[in-house]
Design a protein. Structure first.
Length: 153
């Protein structure tokens, strides 16, 4: 059976957590698509946020997981892409609700903020939770409409 592919990307600050989460993905039966970085040398977090966003938008991955020091910069970069909803999560509850209410397609984590066990909990909750649909559908649709005049009508 083909495994579901999950894009995985991080800057140097997020690199150690990315390695942990790659292993966790394999344990859970997913196939990580590792988009780097591959070491502790300093790199620019937007490059990796963009790479994960494109992998999801182009259908090379079903979902994405991105890490930087805080999770802030890399999620800002990913969220510049229309159709990407990167959610910066700090615990299993925010990860679950990001999927259930916001149909988040990328999980963002701050490697200097959350410990590895909490990050694993976030990953498991994110992957296990489907979008709730219903009243959340039109709200999620409005996220992209904000870039057009439709948002103020
Ligand atoms: C790198 O030092 C750090 O600025 C980056 O990982 C991230 O936290 C930015 O938002």
């Amino acid at each position: 059976m083909t495994k579901t592919v999950i894009a995985l990307a991080a800057d140097h600050a997020g690199f150690p957590l990315k390695e942990v989460l790659g292993d966790e993905l394999r344990v859970l039966g997913y196939e990580p698509l590792d988009l780097g970085t591959h070491g502790l040398d300093s790199v620019d977090y937007p490059d990796f946020g963009h790479a994960a966003a494109l992998a999801v938008l182009e259908g090379r991955a079903a979902l994405g997981v991105i890490c930087c020091g805080t999770g802030i910069g890399i999620s800002m970069a990913a969220n510049k892409h229309r159709g990407i909803r990167a959610a910066l999560c700090h615990d299993a509850t925010t990860a679950r609700l990001a999927r259930e209410h916001n149909d988040a397609n990328i999980l963002a984590l701050g490697a200097r903020i959350v410990g590895t066990e909490v990050a694993r909990d976030c990953l498991r909750a994110f992957l296990a939770t489907p979008f709730g649909g219903g009243r959340h559908e039109s709200r999620v649709a409005k996220i992209d409409h904000v870039r057009t005049k439709e948002a103020v009508r």
